[in-house]
Design a protein around this ligand. Structure first.
Ligand SMILES: [Zn+2]
Ligand SMILES: [Zn+2]
Length: 379
């Protein structure tokens, strides 16, 4: 197989990188892809799927499996600090997770399907919105137009710094953790700092919760029972010495290896915080909820077999990863495999201001998707 990089896909990647859009606001990105890929003559194009999602369907009109490949449309609210010529032209927004690269890979697959239509079944290429907030996959699934697309198989990849360049990591079972953001708001009553007993300060409740979270703040191995609580934001009272505070807020991200494990963890923390709040009013809201991605054994074997057939090296990378991926929402409805392709051992981490997707991954990743498709269709 020819693994030379297609310069037009690199150019597309750089164009996407220079014009990033945030989760839920990916209209321009979706439009650019649609304009570019309608030349591949898909049998169906669905726009505005679950937000700005774009689905291209290549149908054989013969019975056979429905196979979906997914890439993400969104960038991050982080200022890029790298110095690549195609750097973001928008202040404070950048493609620092490599979704620009994932889109270029899927665009390459679209061109392949334009030339070489599936002999049976159908192929769905999904450019999914709002991955970074955990909302996009669920919004796509909730869109009634997705009902007619429901695939039998779904595959997605994510590039992974720390894993050797171009190496593949795939495993059956958990691939990425479930997570949820808890926003806690305590409300009491202010008092003069000399007579705090006349007010109602959240200080003790906040301190007790922080102490209770401490054992979960250092990550252990991601095995059954894994729990991680990361305090992301904390504020209390006014910046003044004369006032005992009335209110406080904290933002905590919880992680666990499974959806059920996360549910239990969340319930435990909420019960504890309510108990500690005493007479204070406590509001807890949940945000950025990600399902765990669970790889189907059969789908994972197909990925591994395809990687072997292409001579791609399997890398050593601890799975599941602690980070979350909203592809997990598809795990709940179909056979999925989320796998990882190395961005290089010394490469800046995902979401690092100096991160940039390695263009060298476009060709092998596209070849791997193509090979996965033929493995599934050969069943
Ligand atoms: Zn990300
Ligand atoms: Zn990502």
């Amino acid at each position: 197989m020819n693994l030379d990089t297609d310069p037009s896909l690199v150019a597309l990647r750089h164009r996407l990188h220079a014009a990033p859009e945030l989760s839920g606001a990916e209209a321009g990105t979706a439009r650019l892809l649609r304009e570019m890929l309608q030349a591949t003559d898909p049998d169906q194009i669905i726009e505005g799927l679950g937000g700005h999602g774009l689905a291209l369907v290549y149908d054989s009109d013969m019975s056979g499996p429905g196979v979906m490949f997914r890439a993400e449309l969104d960038a991050l609210p982080i200022a890029e600090r790298g110095h690549v010529p195609h750097a973001s032209t928008l202040p404070g927004i950048a493609h620092l997770c490599g979704h620009d690269g994932h889109m270029a890979i899927l665009a390459g697959l679209a061109r392949h399907l334009g030339r070489d239509r599936p002999a049976r079944g159908r192929v769905i290429l999904l450019f999914q919105p709002a991955e970074e907030t955990g909302a996009g996959a669920r919004a796509v699934l909730a869109d009634p137009r997705f009902d007619s697309l429901r695939p039998d198989w779904a595959f997605a990849l994510h590039n992974m710094p720390g894993l050797g360049l171009g190496q593949i990591a795939v495993a059956a079972g958990p691939a990425s953790c479930a997570s949820v953001g808890l926003h806690l708001r305590w409300q009491g009553r202010e008092a003069h700092a000399s007579s705090p007993e006349t007010g109602l300060s959240p200080a003790h409740a906040v301190a007790s919760l922080m102490a209770a979270l401490a054992p979960f703040s250092t990550p252990g191995p991601v095995t059954d029972g894994f729990r991680l609580a990361t305090l992301c934001h904390l504020s209390m009272g006014a910046r003044a010495f004369g006032i005992a505070p009335a209110s406080a807020e904290a933002m905590v991200t919880l992680r666990a290896i499974s959806d059920a494990g996360l549910e239990r963890f969340e319930r435990d923390i909420a019960t504890l915080a309510e108990h500690q709040a005493g007479a204070l009013a406590l509001q807890i809201s949940r945000h950025d909820h990600f399902n765990a991605s669970i790889n189907d054994p059969h789908a994972s074997r197909i990925v591994a077999r395809a990687a072997d057939a292409l001579g791609l090296v399997k890398g050593c990378f601890a799975l599941p990863m602690r980070a979350s991926e909203d592809f997990g929402a598809f795990s709940a409805v179909t056979r999925t495999a989320l796998f990882f392709i190395g961005a290089g051992e010394g490469h800046p981490a995902l979401h690092d201001p100096e991160y940039d997707f390695p263009d060298a991954l476009i060709a092998p990743a596209q070849a791997l998707f193509t090979r996965i498709l033929s493995e599934v269709m050969a069943h």
